[in-house]
Design a protein around this ligand. Structure first.
Ligand code: ARG
Length: 585
């Protein structure tokens, strides 16, 4: 809609320029905004105010000129001048109604497909091998997955990249420890090593306490890097166990990652030597006390000198940065990415900026391909401190999800319904997972956020249960009206009431919400949109009866269509966030 009004204004402006009424060199950025107060119309522009000075015209007179030369449009019922020279646009309610009818009839709620589909790599989740996923990975997984879904819905070719931490010197001690456990129980790896944190801790303890063990561990690191079959097989077992653990979490959370999306650090290992040689040949990297270093002028160390980023250690080992350099290069050269999005917490921002600065200088990825860090803050407990268990340990994601499930079940058990036990359990799990995900998605991702059970499970406010409930309300309206599918809907949308118009207007903003997620990586704007949509629906539902005496058939049909469009958008919007709806709750 905004774009449409913008183009009308553009046309009016060029007509005036062609006539010589306005100087030809004017080329303003035309801004159209939604109005807060509906008595000022639906959309407004300050274009006349912007042009008045350079055009040497009175702003109100200029506004009138622009209005007089607007081409006809079926979207616009009328225009009005306001204040010093604003132009207000009132949308045509018949057109609005026809748009809602089109939404009801279309599987995609009339959301257009991208005209130029891009190849977009999304790097998210990325937990570490032989470690349990923790709450930090929850944020990356949930936010990244929402953006992936929005991009795919727009028709882009999305490549999910799970950059797991599956390489490094820690694997020496992990292999040595697994080897010892296998001596006691040969199937220990197959049975899944139920607690990876404990496994990691034990390995580290042995490594620190036992010199013989430590020597063996170091030896295994060298062998693993040299491609030794035994060490690689042991390493693979550790990777597989971890992937199994993670997959269980993804499945529960409805995160669309599968093992085939794994592109871990180890994958880039064979490329690192060439990268270091190439950077050295290009004169970007230099040898410094045995290590290979890239000095970056744009980053200064504490003495004010260019900061050195090590890409190969003295002992020949490579670093996290070296891997990310190779990784960006690979995503452009091999995966043919037009855009690469990284969902990683904000503490890794400098790391990424340094890696990409080197990538750009070396010409590995052209400027036309955007490398984007979509950073997020930390998850905090109610006390405002990093989210920890009572004993101060990191919270395992599985435990968190178990607790959500328990709390949701307890909450739903209090409700008086005729649902069966198995239905209740299914609903509890959808509410629980929805609540945890939505709590994260609905906050602006750049700041830290406070994890609070009571808030996220509340049926009031900007929460998943509130939206899921709004959806089930609409389903019950349909049940009462005897309507099973959209195909049974009759008539057309006719907008007469203010609440109907407000709801229809909100519905048409769905595509803008999708764009906020896809273009800017900001799912909280989709959450806010769905929350406002539910609010507009509740107001509509109170003001405009459906199954009551005195309501005409036309009104009833029209309102049921508005209900159907709302249900469709709520369902589609939540599903783009990876959150399930249900028919009853
Ligand atoms: N494994 C890392 C961590 O747990 C995140 C990796 C993010 N992706 C990347 N390309 N560096 O912190």
């Amino acid at each position: 809609m905004k774009e449409h009004i913008q183009s009308l204004l553009e046309q009016s402006l060029s007509t005036l320029q062609a006539q010589g009424t306005l100087p030809a060199e004017l080329d303003p950025r035309i801004q159209v905004d939604r109005t807060k107060d509906k008595s000022h119309g639906d959309l407004a522009t300050n274009l006349a105010l912007l042009l008045a000075k350079p055009a040497k015209q009175n702003p109100r007179a200029l506004a009138q000129l622009l209005v007089d030369h607007l081409p006809h449009s079926e979207l616009v019922a009328k225009t009005e001048l306001a204040g010093p020279g604003f132009i207000n646009f009132f949308l045509d309610s018949q057109w609005l109604g026809s748009q809602i009818d089109a939404m009801v009839a279309d599987d995609r709620a009339n959301v257009p497909v991208a005209e130029q589909p891009q190849t977009i790599v999304v790097d998210y989740s990325a937990p570490n091998v032989a470690k349990e996923m923790h709450v930090g990975h929850l944020r990356s997984s949930v936010i990244g997955d929402a953006v992936v879904r929005a991009l795919e819905f727009q028709g882009h070719n999305v490549i999910r990249a799970n950059h797991i931490g599956d390489w490094g010197t820690q694997f020496g001690m992990l292999i040595a420890h697994l080897e010892e456990l296998e001596k006691e129980n040969p199937d220990v790896a197959d049975s899944g090593l139920s607690d990876l944190e404990q496994f990691y801790r034990e390995s580290k303890q042995k490594y620190d306490a036992d010199a013989v063990f430590a020597e063996r561990a170091r030896n295994y690191v060298v062998k693993l890097q040299g491609g030794d079959t035994y060490c690689l097989a042991m390493w693979q077992k550790l990777v597989n166990i971890t992937l199994q653990h993670n997959q269980a979490v993804y499945n529960r959370l409805n995160v669309s990652l599968t093992p085939e999306h794994v592109m871990g650090e180890s994958m880039y290992n064979p490329m690192l030597a060439d990268i270091v040689d190439d950077l050295t040949a290009k004169g970007l990297a230099v040898e410094d006390e045995g290590a290979v270093v890239v000095y970056l002028d744009e980053y200064q160390n504490k003495d004010g000198n260019p900061m050195g980023v090590i890409i190969r250690k003295k002992d020949g080992g490579y670093l996290y940065t070296t891997t990310d350099i190779a990784c960006a290069k690979y995503r452009y050269e091999q995966l043919k990415a037009d855009r690469v999005l990284y969902f990683i917490d904000s503490r890794q921002h400098q790391h990424l900026m340094q890696a990409w600065s080197i990538v750009r200088k070396a010409g590995y990825v052209p400027e036309s391909v955007s490398l984007e860090h979509h950073a997020f803050g930390m998850m905090l407990g109610k006390n405002g401190r990093p989210f920890k268990t009572r004993s101060g340990g990191t919270v395992r994601l599985v435990d968190l999800l178990d607790e959500a499930q328990e709390r949701a079940s307890a909450l739903l058990a209090k409700r008086d319904t005729d649902l069966s036990e198995s239905e209740k359990a299914e609903i509890a799990s959808r509410v629980a997972m929805g609540a945890v995900k939505y709590a994260d998605l609905s906050k602006s991702r750049t700041t830290d956020y406070i994890f609070d059970w009571d808030n996220m499970l509340s049926f009031e406010g900007n929460t998943a249960p509130y939206l899921q409930y709004a959806y089930t309300r609409i389903q019950s309206i349909f049940r009462k009206s005897g309507i099973v599918t959209d195909a049974n809907l009759q008539g057309q949308v006719i907008i007469t009431e203010a609440a109907e118009e407000a709801l229809a207007n909100k519905l048409l903003q769905f595509n803008d919400a999708i764009k906020s997620v896809a273009d800017k990586g900001l799912p909280h704007l989709m959450c806010l949109y769905l929350y406002e949509l539910s609010g507009a629906f509740m107001t509509f539902y109170e003001a405009c009866p459906i199954n009551k005496e005195g309501v005409t058939v036309e009104e009833r049909n029209s309102r049921l269509r508005l209900c159907a469009a709302t249900a469709k958008v709520l369902n589609q919007g939540l599903s783009l966030l990876g959150i399930d709806t249900m028919e009853r709750m």
